[in-house]
Ligand binder design. Structure first.
Ligand code: NAP
Ligand code: HSE
Length: 433
């Protein structure tokens, strides 16, 4: 058998500890599959004294991950600390500059610095593997970069954040409040160190940016993603969604359009009979629409130690076998510059919830502002007028539109607000049919 592959892991939290557990518990099987033993020889984290429930004996401890990354007796550096700047970035750059391959789960880092890091890796004859950076345990990076390489991909979309899907699922099924569900997701190890990244949609945006680059052969363009999170989704929206035959999911969608590549992340009304509506809890799903294969949907656990470590170990074994693919599927200088499709041009149906003053003429004003812009209404719903009337004398009114553009919807809602018939900010949720 070949010499052992020596691994240095920085970050021993949810994912790092689970990775060490797999490498220890399945050492013999993995050595057989990789053709060589895989040995963790060095580790780094902030607090040396912390009990992590893992055996670190025989591993050299580094207080400074960057120092560890510069060692010549480490073959692969695994970055599991997180963050797009600071130590994580410095460590990954140091490893690549030494020609050492990097495995990371850090989508924030890659969404921001992916093009630069890929060029750095290439110029030092090495690579970055990042299966764990998108959709947790689902092998979607490998699917896009390798298995589907013979296809022309038109669209990639799905549920890419386990924390948000877990929160929305529990709020809907159990009537729990948002903060309660978020706290549970944190305790289960699903959430980012700063959960704002999850609930405000940035984590989904980071993952989507990576999938977009792989799907369309473009440079990662994290800044191009239109982002809305789930913190504004209310129990009333969940209730109305159910009544109207929808379920609310935080979706990431990347699509080639006539105007360029559209990348968007936002809460979405999906039909209750659709495959995505049935994806509950921490589970993620990615639908890839490609020619000639058709549509492929990958479903699986999207967050958590075991699921994510599964992807990390997959990358380590790939590298141990000598499989090296360009970071984003082709050499950096052959990646296209992405053309951004503006969100204003997005076309689709909309759910609009307005808190309307309950007085004669208000409904007519709303209908007029929509009609002026050629927006057709599929339905207008006003449920439980007396029960839901606020002390201010306003009631919720739900509009469902036929397909129109983002620009027209935004203009219409702004005009309605200027008419003085609203008592609170409007809620706008896009519909995917
Ligand atoms: P975590 O539980 O917060 O663990 C982070 C680890 O990094 C801790 O061990 C921490 O040390 C260490 N660390 C942080 N800053 C450090 C520094 N400056 N120097 C040395 N060590 C440092 O995070 P996680 O959930 O495992 O996530 C790690 C990465 O995986 C992130 O990029 C995250 O986005 C990604 N990811 C996570 C999941 C998931 O389900 N959790 C899924 C996919 C991807 P101490 O323990 O000593 O504080
Ligand atoms: N916080 C992320 C999520 C971890 O909830 O999906 C997996 O990337």
């Amino acid at each position: 058998m070949a010499d052992a592959l020596r691994i240095g892991i920085a970050g021993l939290g949810t994912v790092g500890a689970a990775t060490i557990r797999i490498l220890a518990n399945a050492a013999n099987e993995l050595a057989g599959r990789a053709g060589r033993p895989i040995v963790v020889t060095a580790v780094s984290a902030r607090d040396r004294a912390k009990d992590r429930g893992i055996d670190l004996s025989g591993m050299v401890w580094y207080d400074d991950p960057v120092e560890m990354a510069c060692r010549h007796d480490i073959d692969i550096v695994v970055e599991l600390m997180g963050g797009s700047e600071g130590t994580a970035r410095a460590m990954v750059e140091a490893a690549l500059d030494h020609g050492t391959a990097v495995v990371t789960a850090n989508k924030a880092l890659l969404a921001k610095h992916g093009p630069d890091l890929a060029r750095r890796a290439e110029s030092h004859g090495t690579t970055i593997a990042f299966e764990a950076a998108a959709a947790g345990g689902i092998p979607v990076i490998k699917a896009l970069r390798e298995a589907l390489v013979g296809n022309n991909i038109r669209r990639v979309s799905g549920i890419l954040n386990g924390t948000c899907n877990y929160i929305l699922s529990r709020m809907e099924a159990e009537g729990l409040d948002f903060q309660q569900c978020l706290k549970a997701a944190q305790e289960l190890g699903y959430a980012e160190a700063d959960p704002t990244f999850d609930i405000e949609g940035y984590d989904t945006a980071h993952k989507l940016a990576l999938l977009t680059a792989l799907a369309f052969g473009t440079e990662v363009d994290g800044d191009a993603v239109y982002v809305e999170g789930i913190s504004g989704v209310t129990p009333l929206d969940l209730e109305m969604a159910e009544e109207l035959g929808f379920r609310i999911k935080l979706l990431g969608v990347a699509e080639r359009t006539g105007a360029g590549i559209e990348q968007r992340v936002h809460p979405t009304m999906v039909s209750r009979s659709s495959q995505l509506a049935g994806v509950m809890g921490v589970t993620n799903a990615v639908a890839i629409d490609a020619d000639p294969v058709g549509t492929i949907t990958l479903v699986g656990p999207g967050a958590g130690g075991g699921a994510t470590a599964s992807a990390v170990v997959g990358d380590i074994v790939d590298l141990a076998r000598g499989n090296r693919v360009a970071t984003f599927g082709r050499p950096s200088n052959e990646l296209d510059k992405p053309i951004r499709a503006p969100m204003q041009r997005h076309e689709g149906g909309y759910y609009i919830r307005l808190q309307v003053m309950d007085r004669p003429g208000a409904a007519a004003i709303i209908a007029t502002r929509m009609a002026e812009r050629g927006i057709s209404l599929e339905s207008i719903l006003q449920k439980g007028r007396d029960a839901r009337r606020t002390a201010n004398g306003s009631v919720p009114v739900i509009l469902i539109t036929y397909a129109t553009t983002e620009l027209l919807i935004r203009n219409a809602v702004a005009a309605i607000a200027e008419d003085g018939v609203l008592d609170g900010p409007p809620q706008v949720i896009r519909i995917e049919r």
